[in-house]
Design a protein around this ligand. Structure first.
Ligand code: GDP
Ligand code: IMO
Ligand code: MG
Length: 429
């Protein structure tokens, strides 16, 4: 009765969607456990590319059931839009296939307006959020004033609480942020449509998952964001408001500690970050442009959710060792190795320097990353295009050495190497 957990090991966009899609062929259930539509997970199957924000990345496999767990915050407008989009390419979505936790929280246009107003008010100290209302929705949850999905099962109570919510939001918008209030009449009508359409999907997903595990089924838990964006363990305050790290899978799905089998850390072969915050291995100039791409290719480093160019840099092993510690990775899935083809010297950060001291680990965690200077080791690159390679033995010797060097530094094996966005572009070891 295994639960296998997929976690982003860096600042998000490591290629989690791609790895989930790969492993979903052997899973019965694929379950998102945290975050909301701040996530953007790309899955490419043949000529079809799915850009998923809320639906689990396993949906392209018709045998899977998708769960949206209690740890999530869900914007019903985005979810319904996404359901309509994937239906257009022939994916079947119905309450037997997709189940939404009664305890997941709703995101409203009120949360989005507050997110954007707060970011504006922060000025230079802004976090660079996706503006999707994530922070305010989780704040309401912690404040015990959130709107849970289950309210949609009691329409009268739901609309009364929704009206109170908008009154509170408008008070904050007007008095704290000097912003115009939201026109709520139309929004309330929209929510009637959301309620009518989503009611049949709402269920106790934790009980469903437990029953499935009891029946011998396999659950793939799909993380969103990444370890360094974790509210507790990330580069605070430049983090998201949820728990993307592996333990969040259990809380966010309502499962016990004994359920987990594999914890797969998804690591991009270099490092990217969207939004503000420290980034010791960040690159600028020609090499940065080379890693980021021009935006011409689907896989170039521009945000799936916001379209922002991602900041890019060399792989950071200090932060990866930390990610291994807080997640307990049993293995690593390494993505985008193909992007390193043709770069002469490949640098990896093995330690930091600050105030005359050298650090292999961070004494106060990644929240204290500011001012740390990366110390690099250089590995030889390779020229060959590796996107058609499917077997370890066929990789250029220096590509094998790069992977083996990571394994040596990290003490965790790389079980999956992705060499392109398409489902089949992978080397499994
Ligand atoms: P996620 O948020 O972790 O699911 O990652 P995103 O989907 O936001 O970003 C990863 C991007 O890289 C997507 O465009 C993927 O299609 C693409 N991708 C994933 N793995 C590979 C790979 O091995 N090589 C290349 N070239 N692209 C990849
Ligand atoms: P996936 O699942 C990359 C970042 C935002 C910002 C910070 C807080 O596709 O990997 P938020 O809107 O969550 O309050 O923003 O977190 N962020 C992500 N960066 N990938 C993501 O998701 C992200 N989700 C949030 O850019 O820096
Ligand atoms: Mg993404």
């Amino acid at each position: 009765m295994p639960v296998n957990v997929i976690v982003g090991a860096q600042w998000g966009d490591e290629g989690k969607g791609r790895v989930v899609d790969l492993l979903a062929s052997q899973a019965d259930i694929v379950a998102r456990y945290s975050g909301g539509d701040n996530a953007g997970h790309t899955v490419t199957v043949g000529a079809t590319t799915f850009k998923l924000h809320l639906l689990p990345s396993g949906i392209a496999h018709s045998h899977t059931v998708g769960l949206l767990g209690n740890g999530m915050v869900i914007n019903p407008a985005t979810l319904l839009e996404e359901i309509d989009q994937v239906r257009k390419v022939g994916v079947s979505i119905n309450p037997d296939r997709i189940k939404i936790s009664h305890a997941a929280h709703l995101i409203t246009p009120g949360h989005r307006a507050l997110d954007q107003a707060r970011e504006q008010a922060r000025g230079n100290a802004k976090i660079g959020t996706t503006g999707r209302g994530i922070g305010p929705a989780y704040t309401a949850k912690v404040n015990r004033s959130g709107l849970r999905m289950e309210l949609m099962l009691s329409p009268e109570v739901f609309f009364s609480q929704l009206a109170d919510h908008f009154q509170e939001v408008n008070f904050q918008l007007e008095t704290i942020y000097q912003e115009p209030p939201l026109e709520t009449q139309g929004i309330m009508q929209d929510f009637q449509v959301y309620l009518d359409r989503l009611q049949p999907y709402i269920t106790e997903t934790g009980a469903y998952a437990a029953q499935a595990l009891g029946d011998g089924k396999t659950i793939l838990a799909e993380g969103a964001q990444g370890t360094l964006l974790d509210l507790d363990h990330g580069t605070y305050p430049y983090v998201t408001s949820s728990t993307p790290t592996a333990p969040g899978a259990l809380v966010g799905l309502g499962l016990g500690l004994g359920a987990v089998d594999r914890v797969i850390g998804v690591v991009k072969a270099f490092q990217t970050r969207v939004g503000e915050g420290p980034f010791p291995t960040e690159l600028e100039g020609e090499l940065a442009e080379r890693l980021r791409g021009t935006g011409e290719n689907e896989w170039d480093e521009y945000g799936t959710t916001t379209g922002r160019p991602r900041r890019v840099g060399w792989l950071d092993l200090v932060l990866l060792r930390y990610a291994i510690r807080v997640n307990g990775f049993s293995e690593i899935a390494l993505t985008k190795l193909d992007i390193l083809s043709g770069i002469e010297g490949l640098k990896i950060c093995t330690a930091y320097q600050s105030g005359g001291d050298t650090y292999q680990t961070l004494p106060l965690g990644p929240g204290a990353l500011e001012g740390k200077k990366a110390i690099f080791e250089e590995l030889p690159g390779w020229e060959e295009d590796i996107t058609s390679i499917r077997h370890w033995e066929d990789l250029p010797a220096n590509a094998q050495k790069y992977v083996e060097a990571l394994e040596g530094f990290l003490g965790v094996s790389v079980s999956i190497i992705s060499v392109g966005p398409e489902r089949s572009q992978v080397i499994q070891r």
